[in-house]
Design a binder for this molecule. Sequence first.
Ligand SMILES: [Fe+2]
Length: 900
Amino acid sequence: MSKLQLNQTGSGSSQHLLLSTKSHFFNHVDRIRRTYISYKPRTHHNTNIALLRKSFPDGVITKRFNVVSNVIRQSSGLLSNLTLIGCLDGVTDLVRRTLLLELVSSQLDPETGLGKKRVKGYGHKVSKDGAEIKLESKFDVPESFGDIGAVLVENEYHKEMYLKDIVLTIIGSSNAHAPVTITCNSWISSKCDADDPHMRIFFTNKSYLPSETPRGLKKLREEELKNLRGDGKGERKSSDRIYDYDKYNDLGDPDSSDELARPVLGGTEHPYPRRCRTGRAPSEKDPLSEKRSLDVYIPRDEAFSEPKELQFSATTVEEVLHALVPSIPTALLDINLGFPHFTAIDNIFNQGVKLPKLKNQGRLRSLLPRLVGSLSQIKDDLLLFDTPEIFNRDRFSWLNDEEFSRQTLAGLNPYSIQLVTEWPLKSKLDPNVYGPCECSITKELLEREIKGIMTVDEALEQNKLFMLDYHDLLLPYVKKVRALEGTTLYGSRTIFFLTPDSTLRPIAIELTRPVLDYKPQWKKVFTPGCDATTCWLWKFAKVHVGAHDSVYHEVVVHWLRTHCCLEPYIIATNRQLSAMHPIYRLLHPHLRYTMEINVRARLSLINAGGIIEQCFSPGKYSMELSSAAYDQIWRFDMEALPADLIRRGMAVEDPTAPHGLKLTIQDYPFANDGLLLWDAIKSWISDYVNHYYSKASLIETDPELQAWWTDIRTKGHEDKKNEPWWPKLKNQDDLIQIVTTIVWVASCHHAAVNFGQYTYGGYFPNRPSIARTNMPSEDISSEDHKKFMEKPESVLMKCFPSQIQATLVMAVLRLLSTHSTDEEYLGGLIEPAWDENPHIKKAYERFNKKLTEVCGIMDARNADPKLLNRTGAGVVPYELLKPFSEPGMTGMGVPNSTSI
Ligand SMILES: [Fe+2]
């Protein structure tokens, strides 16, 4: 598909024309096949082609190419109005001289020292094959032209077009079925639309370090990067392809309402990664914020493919907002209406949610299946949600302490559990503001809860105590959050004891409210208990911790550490690495669609008044909280899985152990499966990097690579640019570790915390997004405390998310947990540029084989009755890191990139 070897018979020399470009194309028909059986080595054509030579009067001998440019008809894009069936002649006229192509030699003219004269041609015919429109051209290329290194393209049609590829076939070839394909996969804007029109550059598939660039391509390589960097000025147009940095200054909407004003994230006060610059005008009320718009720029080729576009759009989420609640006016009035009892919660799955009578019911009906399952689930205006797997297997599991603990190791957020290494725990917050530093959970209490099996000192010595620590991060927000309506907050610490079976038991939860105005500090410890009141308070405490874990998971572990932190890598990769740079080609599949999904998130999820603010405990402070977490905990070097595990005390280095790590908890499903993938990725990337960089000096002297790493550190993560922990980039090991970390975050980290969202959060009692009311024991003179003693379930219902909050979160989690039909999985279909290089191709085949083996290992683990954190009665097996999946909501599958 991507390679053709042309043996120029007659000249006696073998000439390789390697014609392809960076591959963006996501032909969804192909992608549908990308399941675990999708990997298929591409066929190489080693074809001897007898060239048709033509001698011109001036004696120049040429070979003649037939060139077919394939343009994709996309319903959401342009050319969508070209109905070819039955009107071919008309279309032929329409697209005549549509696409100007110029073939570029990779050699310089030996006489002038300049680039060789390019060979030009226009498309002049048209035909149709499915969604593809073919434009044909004929090129006479001088024999002395040398290797074709690039193709320049100009769109003279009056609208943009999606150019899939350019296929060159030698006319008169003895084997006409051996075409050269140049993959483009790019939107080509119309010459008429461009302020400063320039031809698009598509390089062939052969990768070159900057120092190895063929002389005829050097200038183009630099020129293209300059185009992509832009000049940092003006407002970006939707057709632009410019990658630049900006702060998160568009989450608020101060012009609409003072209530919707939000601080800028990024800078000294609220450190944050950078996003793609749009250059929009500032808002009228806050010159530091961008004017709010639903039309947000991203570079043109970062846009979703059609299947993804259909699956997730701002419109879709907006429809959810308007549709899944009884009606908007009622919803606004009843936003605090909770569920009356557990039966009402169960009825979401049994009886469904009544749909409103909306004018746009037709559109709604077409959208809802993608949100909530198959079409058959909508009957008589009733919407039935899929039963989340956790509820499906054991409807009472959410109540169990064992399941509460198990999910810290094998659930949706396996990134927070950490080893306790000292006692008492101490806060790092200012005691003058937040009260005494020491944790109020005493040694005596812990020893009582572990039934005197050992002392706390012995438990520390033997690595038996673990915790979820949301004390220091949340406590500074308690006062602000409690000033909001319909929510509350505590700082929390949850302590677990490790049993000999490698399972955790929660033994104590401390909830803390700092001094609030005239109220003194309130700090209480809750334990599982043996009496009715204590048991119920324990349930309430777990609900609060569940809400803390939910928000931490969504805004820190999920949004910040994957989606948000990846955007600077994407910007830097496009600004500093040429499309022909091997590291660009290595990273590209892992950076697809992330910018687009991040824009969608800014429009509907993390914006002022968006779903996160409406439905999670910290409300309007949710994103500020993620900034605080970025400030306090984010380090590039700690995003690597082994480093992350060691940092949390969940593993220690051990050269004799598998993966070089000894886990503190042997049955830690996320870590066990994750390390298999980490090693497989690292091995593949090592093969790749060592192939292109045979010695360290090549890395130190690679100007594009060094500029890329500098961009990431000093521009994309500008607020952390002076941190001493940034890895150096001096040799192959440095590069392997950096790239492996980026690929891990984009693929495995994201998959582990994304595709189980509905499984674990769809039944919200298991992971409530918000705890709306204080602990019943916080104020024992309150009406709530009285009600609690009479009927605790009804008070719990008031604490749980409201009906609207629960339904919205369910719909969104369902959407985010779903693989699109064109999903691209880790180790799936090989990239054309990798396929072309035999060494890289073999390495990738090994990677693919390894991932297939890994699937088997994970299945075997899930069937092992000794692994109690992934097997057992009613237990959801740990499949979130199984690499391959079918489309839909499967609870498994690791896509290459963070794209939903
Ligand atoms: Fe995600």
